[in-house]
Design a binder for this molecule. Structure first.
Ligand SMILES: NC(=O)C1=CN([C@@H]2O[C@H](COP(=O)(O)OP(=O)(O)OC[C@H]3O[C@@H](n4cnc5c(N)ncnc54)[C@H](OP(=O)(O)O)[C@@H]3O)[C@@H](O)[C@H]2O)C=CC1
Ligand SMILES: CC(C)(CO)C(=O)C(=O)O
Length: 330
């Protein structure tokens, strides 16, 4: 089985590197910048348990390498989905199974609609954070197992990968899982607006209260729209806002310990802001704003958060926790 990872950034290099380390024929397709780092330093992988690996990887900037892949793992940011799908349509084999490991909901529709009926496309889900530490070093800073729609080829791939930091769990009901993951990803904007690593941000209750408010609004909208998000991780969707808004002694003493988030983990949106890139906020909080519009409701908390992230993309400074709470809930 040959795997092509399209979008060799934080997630793509980590999972593709882990699969190469397992002896699976994997090619990473990405940009010159990462290719240069890998050529100069090689690929170094690590995780929160102290696990490390230095696999040899095949890297290219040529989308022509999609040809001949049996599985194409899509790991570009949401806004890059359409262009990536056009490359898959042009170079990929229609026999290939395309798995989107992206966050978000409607980006998957863009992928499926652009590829049309000729390609089989399924959802995947990444529950953990990968930080790029520079010089070819990628670090998984949060516990969790990749999920992908239960499909015969996903099962074969999952069996070939076996265990390890990029193991895949074949799962039914991936759309519900994607909505459950979106509720968790509502913290991405808060983490990005805080300018702090994930652990430091989550240690401050006012930041968590903002996330909880956006989750509460999200849960109300999903219920009104008849969408049932699945449980992703240890806490079910309905309990998420209660857990996030819990007092520090409870949150830090129980939940933060169980989640195994290390000091190097950052949300992918914080990475985008730090690098001066456009974020995925339209595909996360913005997804709820769009849903509210479709069902004739409003989403004031998430709409405000989208505005603040837009301002941050344009250069606005990070917020302290009380300041962000005021800015969102005022
Ligand atoms: N990072 C994380 O910890 C997590 C990320 N995710 C999700 O995974 C997805 C990927 O995120 P992440 O890995 O952080 O993103 P990155 O930006 O780190 O990686 C994507 C890479 O793909 C490159 N790229 C974009 N389009 C193409 C293309 N057509 N051909 C080749 N390369 C391309 C990008 O280059 P350029 O920027 O120059 O376009 C970038 O280097 C997102 O949807 C994210 O939400 C989910 C869970 C955790
Ligand atoms: C794992 C998590 C939730 C970390 O914030 C994430 O999905 C991301 O960074 O995009």
């Amino acid at each position: 089985m040959r795997i092509a990872v399209l979008g060799a950034g934080s997630i793509g290099c980590f999972v593709g590197g882990c699969w190469s380390a397992k002896g699976i024929d994997t090619v990473l397709i990405g940009r010159e910048r990462i290719g240069g780092d890998l050529a100069a330093h090689g690929l170094s992988l690590s995780d929160y348990t102290g696990w490390t690996a230095h696999p040899e990887v095949e890297f290219t900037t040529d989308p022509g390498a999609l040809a001949g892949a049996d599985v194409i793992a899509l790991t570009v940011k949401s806004a890059a989905t359409r262009d990536a799908a056009l490359q898959i349509a042009r170079h990929g084999s229609p026999d290939a199974l395309v798995i989107s490991f992206q966050n978000g909901i409607s980006n998957f529709d863009v992928l499926r609609d652009t590829l049309g009926k000729e390609f089989e496309v399924v959802r995947g889900m990444v529950p953990f954070n990968v930080a790029y530490l520079g010089e070819g070093r990628f670090h998984k800073g949060v516990a969790g197992t990749l999920h992908a729609e239960d499909h015969p080829r996903v099962r074969i791939l999952a069996a070939r990968i076996g265990d390890g930091p990029a193991a895949i769990l074949p799962a039914a009901g991936m759309t519900a899982i994607a909505w459950g993951k979106l509720l968790i990803n509502l913290n991405n904007a808060v983490s990005a607006l805080s300018g702090l690593p994930l652990l430091e941000q989550l240690q401050q209750r006012d930041y968590r209260r903002v996330t909880a408010a956006s989750q509460r609004e999200g849960l109300r909208l999903l219920k009104a729209a008849g969408i049932r998000p699945a449980k992703v991780g240890a806490v079910g969707p309905a309990l998420l806002p209660y857990v996030l808004a819990a007092p520090d002694w409870l949150f830090k003493g129980v939940f933060l310990k169980a989640w195994k988030i290390d000091a190097r983990a950052r949300s992918s949106m914080a990475d985008d802001l730090a690098a001066g890139r456009r974020t995925e906020v339209d595909y996360l909080n913005g997804e709820l704003v769009a849903l509210a519009e479709r069902i004739g409701r409003d989403a004031p908390v998430n709409r405000r958060i989208v505005e603040l992230v837009r301002a941050a993309e344009a250069g606005a400074k990070p917020y302290d926790s009380a300041g962000l709470r005021r800015a969102v809930t005022a």
